[in-house]
Design a protein around this ligand. Structure first.
Ligand code: KIV
Ligand code: ZN
Length: 388
């Protein structure tokens, strides 16, 4: 099976749907260009029919982005697809991504359509979109609460109508990794044509399993996944791009795939998104949290100073950070303290180091964060004896 994995970034569409994360046209273009530098294979630029602002942003992104495919979302509604086409037609690599719900609950209460009507609509609209652009993606919204028989039927119809990518979204984040693996294998078995196109997944994080479910889907044959920077998105968000990229890089022994992601651009992309939206990631967030490469405890700091591999499975440089952060706090030891004072330019005798270390420990008991300036005060006052 093909080893190439396609990263479909939907920060500008699903990500923007998270509260507090809306972006203006200029900000979206800035982020799209950074996503292109990051190596995203597909950038979902927005939902053209949602607003005039969204439409204009997509048009601008479509005109500027050259290396990534630019996708635009549309319901399986002719006016949505026309709008999507107008927005994306100037892109070097355009894609229309059209969707309709396939679970009983969505068809009955939201769409108020019968399953037969849903299949007919999907087939007609995929055929129509395929007459406009070379690449059409079809999503079965709420796929993971849909019957696998029904999915196999609708997928076969839309593939014959021209869909090149079939997306299986876990819209409400209901799946678990084992179940998702079995689910995809079952749909593949029941469908005649699914294996002739690219299988994609789109995992929401309601149970905190977005990334784990995406990995299970890769094992089940998916070759595209949809994800967002910092994991933003509806409700609890989407699978986080940076986590997936670093899992594939760090555990190539488990996930032997190839991707275009330039991981050294991860930190920059995450920071750019946070500064645009004002929504910052929690400090202990994997890969991009402020503490992801910080070490405070004395034992860890000692280990790190002897050999970084003692406590780091990936280097900060691999995500574009300059270096590991040694955060001095009450758990830090003499070893790290000595290293820090050296880096601040102080060349002290052993007894001076010991004296300053005692003062530092006293301060660390009272203060959560010890800044370099705190240490400089301890060192200068201590050396000059002004505090005695
Ligand atoms: O969560 C979802 O089902 C979606 C689709 C539109 C792909 O965002
Ligand atoms: Zn979604």
């Amino acid at each position: 099976m093909d080893k190439k994995i396609y990263f479909f970034d939907t920060t500008l569409r699903d990500g923007e749907q998270s509260p507090g994360c809306s972006m203006n046209k200029r900000e979206k273009l800035l982020l799209a260009k950074q996503l292109e530098r990051l190596g995203a294979d597909v950038i979902e630029a927005g939902f053209a029919a949602a607003s005039e602002g969204d439409f204009e942003s997509i048009r601008e992104i479509a005109g500027e982005i050259k290396n990534s495919t630019v996708a635009v979302l549309a319901r399986t509604v002719k006016s949505d697809i026309d709008k999507a086409y107008e927005a994306v037609k100037d892109a070097k690599k355009p894609r229309i991504h059209t969707f309709i719900a396939t679970s009983d609950i969505h068809m009955k209460y939201k769409l108020k359509m019968t399953p037969e009507e849903v299949v007919k609509r999907a087939e007609e609209m995929v055929k129509y979109a395929s007459s406009l652009v070379p690449e059409v993606e079809f999503s079965a919204e709420d796929a993971t609460r849909s019957s696998t028989d029904f999915l196999a039927e609708i997928f076969d119809k839309v593939i014959l109508a021209g869909a090149k990518i079939i997306n299986i979204p876990d819209t409400v984040g209901y799946m678990t990794p084992d179940k998702f693996y079995e689910f995809i294998m079952e749909v593949r078995e029941k469908s005649k044509y699914l294996d002739t196109v690219t299988i994609s997944v789109h995992c929401h994080n309601d149970l905190g399993l977005g990334v784990a479910n995406t990995l299970a889907a890769l094992k089940a044959g998916a070759r595209q996944f949809e994800c967002t920077i910092n994991g933003i998105g509806e409700r609890a968000g989407n699978a986080a791009l940076e986590e997936l990229a670093m899992i594939l890089k760090t555990r190539k022994d488990v996930y032997d795939f190839e991707s275009n992601i330039v991981t050294e651009e991860i930190s920059k992309t995450s920071n750019l998104l946070s500064s645009i939206t004002g929504v910052y990631v929690q400090p202990n967030k994997a890969i991009v949290g402020a503490n992801a490469f910080a070490h405070e405890s004395g034992i860890h700091q000692h280990g790190m100073l002897s050999n970084p591999e003692t406590y780091e499975i990936m280097t900060p440089e691999s995500i574009g950070l300059k270096e590991t952060k040694m955060v001095l706090g009450k758990h830090s030891g003499r070893h790290a303290f000595r290293d820090k004072i050296k880096s601040l330019g102080f060349d002290l005798k052993e007894e001076e180091v010991n004296e300053a270390f005692e003062k530092f420990k006293e301060l660390a008991d009272q203060k959560k964060t010890i800044y370099d300036s705190d240490i400089e005060v301890i060192l200068t006052r201590g050396i000059n004896g002004e505090d005695d």
